[in-house]
Design a protein around this ligand. Structure first.
Ligand SMILES: *Cc1c(COP(=O)(O)O)cnc(C)c1O
Length: 386
């Protein structure tokens, strides 16, 4: 039986040709294709700078480094995200402070952010959960009022817009991932876009050991000399990965349209049957649908998510759960004393959410199959019907 994963990449023959061409060239890494890909992503989102790094987690780390986050600093993050959003603060010795999400969208709630701000707060990291941009106007107002930075973890939202503006320009630093499951892929890969030249410069140093002149510049000057002027890492992305990224980026708008079409099919079907509710979407945002998330249980009973999950997996539907709230992970409980009750909206949502398959090559027949299987699973898993 075929298995429908919750998400997967689409690599076409021309993508492979583009990668092979670079593999046959003289330069495999830190060459011209990295720069081309950075320019292409910067142009796509409308940002002044784009800095390519090894993965989305490294991109978040680079953003925290650019902001000079360090011990004693607090950074506000939502709990409904992949752990890397909070881990990047810990990498720098800072303290992640969790602010709850809005119940209807599971996006960072500006009111909860305001409550968590202290004299030590240095930044807010907003996560465009599922692919829908956060309320950047409200978040910007708060950030400006307190003189702190706004970062977008836009790993879900490449190609989304907020009030007509593309994600990638809405925060001071905007972070993308090109992991295989994201909108476009380089296998592993990440990027930070920013209008700020100082941040961009810091991140270019950071991804290459804090070395002043990169290899190309040294080659031009035919000199062996370089200096380590800051602590840095090897967070470089390769040229052949960027060749894949370039080729994928050309298809992004097409793929976004496909994702939106699948989401609207799900929306339509869910509207007719009381088995699960999609998350709400804002009229002033254009969703990128990295994932399609529903909340189980209508008014007619409590649906046991674990059973529904198991039933769907049994039938070859690769449902998933995004995410276990980060503050509930043992590491966070131990290190930062977090735990249940800290973010009740995220905790309640976590018990009921389910991610349904959505990917570019998914057909309408696949969507109907997922919906029918979900409906049957929910019917058989309703407990305590009133
Ligand atoms: C994928 C993802 C990341 C991390 O990206 P990697 O490329 O896997 O390191 C960070 N935050 C969110 C919200 C993500 O979805």
């Amino acid at each position: 039986m075929s298995f429908l994963p919750y998400g997967k990449q689409y690599v076409h023959a021309e993508d492979i040709e583009a990668v092979v061409a670079v593999l046959q060239s003289d330069r495999l890494t830190s060459g011209p294709v990295v720069t081309q890909f950075e320019k292409a992503v910067a142009a796509y989102v409308g940002a002044r700078n784009a800095v390519a790094v090894a993965n989305g987690t490294a991109a978040l780390h680079a953003a925290m480094h650019a902001l000079r986050i360090g011990p004693g600093d607090e950074v506000i993050v939502p709990p409904m995200t992949f752990a890397a959003t909070a881990n990047c603060v810990v990498f720098q010795g800072g303290t992640p402070v969790f602010a709850d999400v809005e119940p209807s969208t599971l996006l960072l709630d500006p009111e909860r952010v305001e409550e968590r701000i202290s004299s030590r707060t240095k930044a807010i990291v907003a996560v465009d959960y599922a692919g829908q941009p956060c309320d950047y106007e409200a978040l910007r107002t708060i950030a400006d009022r307190h003189g702190i930075a706004l970062v977008a973890d836009a790993c879900h939202s490449l190609g989304a817009t907020y009030r007509g503006e593309k994600v990638g320009t809405l925060a001071d630093l905007n972070v993308f991932s090109f992991h295989a499951v994201k909108h476009i892929t380089t296998g592993e890969g990440g990027m930070v876009t920013t209008h700020d030249d100082t941040y961009a410069k810091r991140m270019r140093l950071f991804r290459n050991h804090g070395i002043t002149a990169d290899f190309q510049q040294r080659e031009k000057g035919s000199s062996w000399y370089y200096e380590i002027i800051e602590m840095g890492y090897n967070y470089r992305l390769t040229d052949f990965q960027c060749a894949l990224g370039m080729s994928q980026l050309r298809k992004l708008d097409d793929w976004l349209a496909k994702r939106r079409r699948i989401a609207s099919l799900y929306d339509e079907q869910l509207a007719h049957r009381d088995i699960a509710q999609p998350l709400e979407t804002h009229a002033d945002a254009l969703h990128a649908y990295h994932i399609y998330v529903v909340r189980l249980a209508g008014d007619n009973g409590t649906v046991d998510r674990t059973s529904v999950f198991a039933a769907l997996r049994q039938d070859g539907i690769g449902v998933n759960v995004h995410y276990i709230p980060v503050h509930l992970h043992p590491f966070y409980r131990r290190m930062f004393g977090t735990g249940p009750g800290l973010c009740p909206v995220a905790e309640e949502a976590y018990e009921r959410i389910l991610t349904l398959p959505i990917f570019v090559t998914m057909t309408e027949v696949d969507v109907h199959k997922v919906f029918a299987t979900l409906a049957a699973a929910v019917e058989s898993c309703i407990v305590g019907r009133m």
